[in-house]
Design a protein around this ligand. Structure first.
Ligand SMILES: CC(C)(COP(=O)(O)OP(=O)(O)OC[C@H]1O[C@@H](n2cnc3c(N)ncnc32)[C@H](O)[C@@H]1OP(=O)(O)O)[C@@H](O)C(=O)NCCC(=O)NCCS
Length: 168
């Protein structure tokens, strides 16, 4: 089922509470990635972390809201990464109580629209090798494996990640 949704820009400080609440609603994912529940640092990293080759203003921090305006997910996009004509999805997470309702797909459709509107050529992202349901989601949405990364440590966990790419 595809429900309507909107992606709305977030500001650090003003929207910190909303982001924390949404990470708590995606706690299972944070635990899978880091081995511990979300903390305030999870929120700080969401707003502040970016690769050294792009500026902070190239990152988009967005909240996904349903047709009633209720927050259902978070999106982070790095524009112009890794190459100038790429957008990289740093995070897409849907409230675990609202998964399987089509919000992930609809949020991705909006990201694709925005990226095409900005004349981008590719979307990229990394998915954890052990995150099998998310891998199924991305492959169904047309992403293909580009490479497996060397081991990467987050909190108490070490992961192999799959870098995926989709032409726009
Ligand atoms: C992956 C994710 C964004 C998909 O969003 P969604 O709104 O559940 O996706 P949709 O409703 O559009 O599509 C459902 C499909 O998503 C995938 N999926 C992944 N994790 C899922 C979950 N916990 N519950 C339901 N579906 C999930 C499945 O492939 C599912 O298909 P299925 O019903 O055949 O199993 C969402 O499940 C999520 O937030 N997962 C946790 C965070 C995460 O892993 N993010 C991706 C990081 S790379």
């Amino acid at each position: 089922m595809n429900k309507d949704l909107e992606l709305i820009g977030l500001t650090q400080g003003k929207d910190t509470g909303k982001v924390r609440a949404m990470f708590d609603a995606c706690r299972d994912y944070v635990e899978l990635e880091t081995g511990h529940p979300p903390t305030n640092e999870t929120v700080t990293e969401f707003f502040e972390d970016h690769p050294p080759t792009i500026s902070r203003s190239a990152t988009l921090s967005l909240i996904v809201v349903d047709q009633r305006g209720v927050p259902v997910g978070l999106v982070e996009i790095l524009r112009g990464y890794p190459d100038p004509m790429d957008w990289y999805i740093g995070f897409l997470g849907i409230d675990r109580e609202r998964r399987g309702e089509g919000f992930g797909k609809r949020a991705l459709d909006r990201i694709v629209e925005k990226a095409r509107g900005a004349r981008m050529e590719r979307l990229l992202l990394c998915v954890l090798e052990e995150n099998l349901r998310a891998q199924a989601f991305w492959h169904r949405e047309g992403f293909e494996l580009r490479k497996r990364t060397p081991p990467w440590t987050a909190g108490s966990k070490t992961h192999i990640r799959h870098e995926l790419v989709r032409q726009l």
